[in-house]
Design a protein around this ligand. Structure first.
Ligand code: SF4
Ligand code: SF4
Length: 460
């Protein structure tokens, strides 16, 4: 199939930051790395927090389920290494401050693990018809798969057939629009057939009649690899490729749907309301592993990158490995390193404690230098709003960031709600373009936290 590599699909708003993908785009995924211990967070998804199924000093096997919650919206957690439970302790968490984790001390001889990735398993020999929808759904649930693009919503809940909201179109998100990050790009090149096997399983279980894999046009090799594999599997006409324009945040669910299908997800709504299911490419690969190999989500590909890292690369790392160990594995920090971010520079969260473990949704560790952050932003120097309107033009959700931020700053939360603070996806595009260095996204995030606290207090 000949696929147009030039992206013709786009959405209103957005920005064009330097993508910085060159630091790791050619770095093949490195396998066999696991930290000295794994700290498995009991909360790494949207929904009910897991309860531990193991106790201190228990012997555990690789892939063993060690935490779960029977609530409908939840996902179990599993042990990535054979070893012993050292304890259940609080560990630093980028969003929650500190959160409970099961600490596993690994058996050094048993740490390395490689996924099977041959075309014989996921390529021409793969046939989704040998699995029933129930089997697929059950395998996804048992494997603890969640949205690996960052959302962390349990995939089994998202993917199943819902008679009230039938799904028609499956969009597989291969955009990876955040600067610096290349983990999804690498798996599109190296796990192409595994992704396609997951896509076919996801299509079967969701009941979607149409499938599109959306990839930004700054990744022509990924577009080529996917197109070739689709042709080799004789799936032309069944799975399409949509080359989308390179623009941030093209990978946002709502922006991607607008770009590819020219349809709007209602404000405050979710894609299934308009018959659309969006899955990240890494999530589809995890689906294939869970269904075909019966493996739980215990490892993921993480990009360790930025000008503050000596040897940036991509790693297939055990979930629960600390940021510090992954940075050490990448040669350590450069002398100029000043900020460590869990995620990318636009939507990621700065962390001060490097013992923070990676979770199912950690796609990258980005370390920036003073030069990358920018002198003015580094010194925190803000000036008054000059009413240039750039933040309004950049906002992909058609919001007025400056008005929302102003309302939050003056503790007028009702006004912030009227300006639709809840519609903000926290993409950071407004802060990025602001010439006055106003941390608009920071104010908005704070406003959301204050509104949630207010709601909780009113409910008590
Ligand atoms: S207001 Fe929210 S959605 Fe709009 S640009 Fe700012 S962070 Fe992004
Ligand atoms: S971009 Fe900054 S200076 Fe311009 S209107 Fe928005 S808040 Fe004001």
């Amino acid at each position: 199939m000949k696929t147009d590599r030039k992206g013709s699909f786009t959405f209103p708003g957005g920005v064009h930051p330097s993508d910085k993908k060159n630091l790791t785009a050619d770095s093949k995924i490195q396998y066999g790395f696991t930290g000295k211990e794994s700290a498995i967070m009991l909360c790494q998804h949207i929904g009910a927090v897991c309860q531990p199924l193991v106790s201190k000093s228990d012997e555990v096997e690789e892939g063993q389920k060690i935490g779960e919650n029977e609530a409908f919206v939840s996902a179990p957690v599993h042990c990535p290494i054979k070893g012993k439970v050292k304890g259940i302790e609080l560990r630093p968490h980028a969003v929650l401050g500190r959160s409970e984790a099961i600490i596993i001390e690994g058996d050094s001889e048993e740490r390395a693990r490689r996924p099977s990735e041959g075309e014989d398993v996921f390529g021409s020999a793969f046939d989704e018809s040998q699995y029933t929808s129930e089997q697929i759904c059950q395998a996804i649930r048992e494997a603890g798969i969640v949205g690996m693009g960052g959302a962390g919503f349990p995939t089994a809940v998202k993917i199943g057939i819902n008679a009230k909201q039938p799904k028609e179109v499956l969009i597989v998100n291969g955009c990876e629009c955040e600067p610096y990050i290349t983990c999804d790009y690498r798996i599109m090149l190296e796990w192409t057939y595994k992704i396609l096997a997951g896509v076919r399983l996801a299509q079967k279980v969701s009941g979607c009649s149409k499938v599109l894999i959306a990839i930004e046009d700054n990744k022509p090799e990924a577009i080529e690899a996917m197109s070739e594999a689709i042709s080799k599997l004789s799936m032309d006409g069944k799975i399409g490729i949509a080359a989308v324009k390179t623009k941030y945040p093209q990978g946002g669910e709502r922006q991607l749907i607008k770009s590819v299908l020219k349809r709007n997800v209602p404000t405050g709504g979710i894609p299934p309301m308009i018959g659309v299911l969006v899955l990240n490419v890494a999530t589809t690969a995890a689906i294939a592993e869970a269904v075909v190999e019966g493996t739980a989500l215990t490892h993921r590909v993480v990009t360790v990158t930025g000008e503050g890292i000596k040897e940036p690369s991509n790693y297939y790392a055990a979930i629960g490995t600390s940021v510090e160990e992954l940075i050490d594995f990448s040669g350590g920090l450069t002398e100029e390193a000043v900020e460590v971010i869990l995620g990318g520079p636009m939507m990621g969260i700065s962390i001060a404690d490097l013992s923070t473990p990676i979770t199912k949704t950690t796609g990258a560790i980005t370390v920036l230098t003073r030069e990358q952050i920018g002198e003015a932003k580094f010194s925190g120097r803000q000036t008054a709003c000059i009413r240039c309107g750039r933040c309004l033009l950049a906002c992909p959700e058609n919001l007025n960031p400056t008005k929302i931020a102003h309302a939050v700053k003056n503790n007028m939360l009702d006004l912030a709600k009227k300006y639709y603070i809840s519609g903000c996806m926290e993409c950071g595009a407004c802060s990025y373009v602001c010439p006055a260095n106003i941390e608009l996204t920071g104010y908005i995030k704070t406003g959301k936290i204050l509104i949630a606290k207010e709601k909780k207090t009113n409910a008590e």
